[in-house]
Design a protein around this ligand. Structure first.
Ligand code: UDX
Length: 418
């Protein structure tokens, strides 16, 4: 099938590469010419396991090209995926500017019948109340599908190709048939529903996972005080098949482009509808407190004012270069207010951190250099290369990611919840 993908961020590029790998003809569209050039030369603009190999494969098979020419891409596509960003506004609600702009471009340029698929994360009601009226007004013959994406950064390709299910919220039977055809070579179960329910499934999914983490953090904080190993507790709890062990690891808190943004967006939608959203508000509150706890633990063992502090790990989790909403950002900002002398290291996220902190902090070239230049070390991302006891010889270590190997050689070792 002939597919246009509007927006080449994590979701758009992964969707494009994976659909092309199943033999579909894909055109990826973005406004950023530099990104387009990178993609066409086989270099993914993001760090993602397996992406480069698959991108090179589909480009050399002639199945994927990238362009800034949205008009041409839209005209020739049978199915158009909208994968543009829906960034948070100050009140937590999402900004639909890019989505509406893309819908307007389709309305103007599409011509004949199109299936428009919304993959951007949007609050319930958006597809039917914000996108559909734009397409309806244009008079183009179209079907609509809300197809939320559940991929995890660092496992994007695998999650897209082999995730647990594909949710398709469709407006009509014909669109369902075409979408079933599109996904026919994927092993996942298809879950067919309407667009608004599909939108809610995405928020329910992410909110519940975030809730599990905040639950684990709250109990983890208590377990630490009671001298109980919270990880062992969750190992026991996780044997209950109704609950599962996943997303019950306590630590410095969740970050990334999805959990904080999505939980805030559904809270905002709930408040708009007159619902209190008490549970999810607390999920965010508990999460915001974990970075503060890291600083408190540091202060217990060393005065951060004018001290040399090493930060091991900037990315919001291992396996990615993404620092959006990472606990490291809140913690570094706090330490900067205290005039700490900060040296950081992350195997992938250094250039993204430089865009935020420029010369306010120092950047080490290795974990060893970062550790050597510091009196106290905070571990904020669970990269495997931080699991070397020798890094921590004679240092004060505050661990936010359960890198227990640090305990062996450290002068003082304290975990956030253990
Ligand atoms: C998440 C969802 O998992 C995915 O389905 C959705 O499409 C996008 O949002 P992602 O943001 O890539 O994916 O990261 P994920 O692996 O889910 O981790 C999110 C955050 O939670 C990370 O900061 C991670 O460190 C933290 N986390 C995760 C915990 O603190 N404890 C856990 O047990 C699991």
């Amino acid at each position: 099938m002939n597919i246009a993908i509007i927006g080449t961020g994590y979701v758009g590029l992964t969707t494009g590469v994976c659909l092309a790998s199943k033999g579909h003809q894909v055109t990826c569209v973005d406004l950023d010419q530099e990104k387009i050039n990178m993609i066409n030369s086989g270099t993914p603009p993001i760090f993602e396991e397996g992406m480069k190999e698959l991108l090179e494969e589909v480009i050399s098979a002639g199945l994927l090209i990238a362009t800034i020419d949205s008009e041409n891409a839209i005209k020739h596509a049978e199915i158009i995926f909208l994968c543009v960003g829906t960034p948070s506004k100050d009140d937590g609600s999402i900004n639909l500017e890019y989505l509406k702009k893309a819908a307007n471009t389709i309305a103007e340029k599409a011509g004949n019948h199109k299936i428009v698929v919304i993959k951007s994360t949007v609050v319930p009601g958006t597809t039917m109340n914000a996108v559909k009226p734009i397409l309806d007004a244009s008079g183009i013959n179209h079907g609509l599908c809300m197809n939320p994406e559940f991929l995890k950064e660092g496992a994007a390709i695998k999650d897209f190709l082999e995730g647990d299910r594909v949710v398709l919220g469709v407006t009509d039977k014909e669109t369902e048939t075409i979408m079933r055809e599109l996904y026919k070579d994927f092993p996942q179960q298809l879950f067919i529903t309407n667009p608004t329910t599909a939108e809610m499934i995405k928020y329910a999914n992410n909110s519940l996972l975030a809730t599990k983490i905040s639950f684990a953090n709250e109990l983890g904080n208590l377990c630490k005080k009671l001298g109980i190993d919270s990880y062992e507790v969750m190992d026991g709890v996780g044997l209950d098949k109704r609950l599962s062990r996943q997303f019950l690891n306590c630590g410095a808190g969740f970050g990334g482009s999805c959990f904080p943004k999505d939980v805030k967006a559904i809270i905002s939608k709930g408040l708009e509808e007159g619902e209190g959203m008490k549970l999810l508000k607390t999920v965010i509150e508990v999460n915001n407190e974990q970075p503060v706890k890291m600083i408190k633990l540091l202060e217990k063992h060393a005065n951060p004012v004018n001290k040399k502090i090493g930060i091991l790990g900037l990315a919001f989790k291992q396996g990615t270069d993404d620092v959006r909403e990472a606990p490291s950002i809140a913690i570094i900002n706090e330490l900067l207010k205290m005039n700490s002398d900060i040296t950081v290291y992350d195997p992938e996220a250094m250039s993204n951190a430089k865009k935020i902190f420029s010369d306010k902090i120092k950047y080490a070239e290795s974990a060893r250099e970062c550790a050597n230049k510091s009196d106290a070390i905070l571990i904020l991302t669970g990269w495997d290369e931080f699991r070397k006891p020798e890094l921590y010889s004679n240092k004060i270590v505050i661990d936010g990611r359960r890198i227990k190997e640090a305990e062996q050689n450290a002068k003082i070792y304290e975990g956030i919840c253990w």
